[in-house]
Design a binder for this molecule. Structure first.
Ligand code: ZN
Length: 132
């Protein structure tokens, strides 16, 4: 069985029983040791919490090392996702009380749907480009 020490920079200062080590007058709060190989977590959490004992330690780490983390994969320009925006009108009715009874009042509702347009790059591999 392998272990990681929690990478949270403040892990060893959080006052919990699980961090207390030592005896008598030589007690300390110690960084949490994380056992590897758990299988009950989702893959994403599993990999993240292999290195951090909890959310706070993860966020402390990010705060402390934010500049370095951003430097790994800086975003220098905006990304774009091709979409199709469709407005569809539909005739509907609502019920209105006119003092005596309810009547159907027609109204037009407009629904906006944003759907993703996945680029089809398959033309790159079509036969007419193959012999260029
Ligand atoms: Zn921790």
């Amino acid at each position: 069985m392998t272990y990681n020490w929690c990478h949270g920079p403040e892990c060893h200062t959080q006052q919990t029983q699980s961090r207390v080590r030592g005896s008598g007058d030589n007690k300390v709060l110690r960084t949490i040791r994380i056992k590897q190989g758990g299988s009950y977590r989702t893959h994403e959490h599993y990999s993240m919490f292999n290195y951090f004992c909890n959310q706070r330690c993860l966020m402390d780490f990010i705060r402390t090392h934010l500049t370095s983390i951003i430097a790994i994969a800086p975003r220098r320009e905006a990304l774009e996702t091709p979409i199709k925006v469709e407005k569809t009108k539909s005739q509907d009715y609502r019920m209105r009380y006119n003092g005596n009874d309810y009547e159907r009042v027609p109204y037009t509702s407009t629904r906006t749907t944003i759907s993703r347009v996945d680029n089809d790059w398959s033309f790159l591999y079509s036969p007419r480009y193959e012999n260029n």
